[in-house]
Design a protein around this ligand. Structure first.
Ligand code: NAP
Length: 254
């Protein structure tokens, strides 16, 4: 029997009702990518949904339980009534030249990039011009995303209980003529970052999904008033996860 069917059977035995349209709890089986996809499927109900991840051999940074643990997970779900862990989400507001506004929500990050030719953009913090950027792109990530793309771009790993956003550069051009800060920046909960591109087309990603953007006037990034909720009964020690995912077993390295 596959994990999904075994899980369904165990949950039914405990009296849980299966409701794919309006669930209280969404359980994913896979890796972080699977959990991110599930988040986007239910992002309109994010205030009422809690997520639990079972991982099946991927990195599984945000997936708490291993496939051989599912009996324990179902038992814990049946008895636990504790508060879920709530982690910040990124709100992306894109204003177009024709006056439209498009909103997106990200668990990990959103990047603006050009695949060929330099991305030229002005970066504002709140409404104050911060820098003129030239390079491949910019990435704004949540603390949750700080262990994903943001980390590969040299960003700091940020504990997801902190309400903050981090902007990292992607291959910025720095010389006598063009200059950026060249370091990741972390902004406070009441601040926002605006990117005003000087390009009529570029790519924007939202949690890795590609959106081809034309005629964007401005993209604003701020912490959403919504959060993603994870059931707390798993192994939620953040720094142990970081160690486990990126450093490995210290004993073995001796
Ligand atoms: P993907 O192939 O689904 O994921 C790429 C890798 O990132 C997988 O190993 C995934 O873990 C891991 N990952 C995802 N979210 C994570 C998190 N919050 N902390 C630690 N690791 C995490 O790629 P995708 O569908 O294109 O994009 C999904 C996400 O992957 C993006 O939001 C981005 O952050 C990340 N990504 C990173 C890079 C990079 O570092 N250069 C490149 C592409 C994508 P699982 O194996 O458990 O799914």
């Amino acid at each position: 029997m596959c994990i999904r069917d075994r899980l369904k059977k165990l949950l039914q035995e405990k009296g849980f009702i299966f409701d794919a349209r309006y669930p209280d709890v969404v359980i994913t089986v896979g890796g972080d990518g699977t959990l991110i996809n599930a988040f986007h499927r239910y992002e309109n109900q994010v205030d009422s949904v809690r997520f639990i991840g079972i991982h099946t051999g991927h990195l599984g940074f945000y997936t708490d339980w291993r496939n051989y643990d599912i009996e324990k997970m179902v038992d814990a779900l049946a008895v636990t009534k504790g508060e879920p862990a709530k982690y910040p989400l990124l709100e992306i507001k894109m204003l177009t030249e024709s006056g439209e506004t498009h909103y997106h929500l990200a668990v990990n990050e959103s990047a603006v990039k050009r695949v060929s030719h330099t991305l030229v953009a002005d970066v504002y913090i709140n409404d104050q011009l911060f820098e003129n950027f030239r390079g491949d792109g910019l990435c704004v990530s949540t603390p949750t995303g700080s262990t994903a793309y943001g980390k590969s771009l040299g960003g700091a790993v940020i504990h997801p209980r902190l309400k903050a956003l981090q902007m990292t550069e992607i291959a910025s051009i720095n010389n006598r003529v063009f200059r950026t800060l060249s370091s990741p920046i972390v902004i406070a909960p009441d601040q926002w970052i605006s990117i005003v591109p000087n390009a009529d087309h570029f790519v924007m990603t939202v949690d890795g999904a590609r959106i081809d953007v034309r005629n964007a006037k401005k993209i604003e990034y701020r912490i959403s008033r919504h959060s993603i909720q994870f059931d707390q009964f798993g192994h939620h020690h953040f720094w142990s996860r970081v160690q486990n995912a990126f450093i490995g077993d210290n004993e073995k390295n001796d």
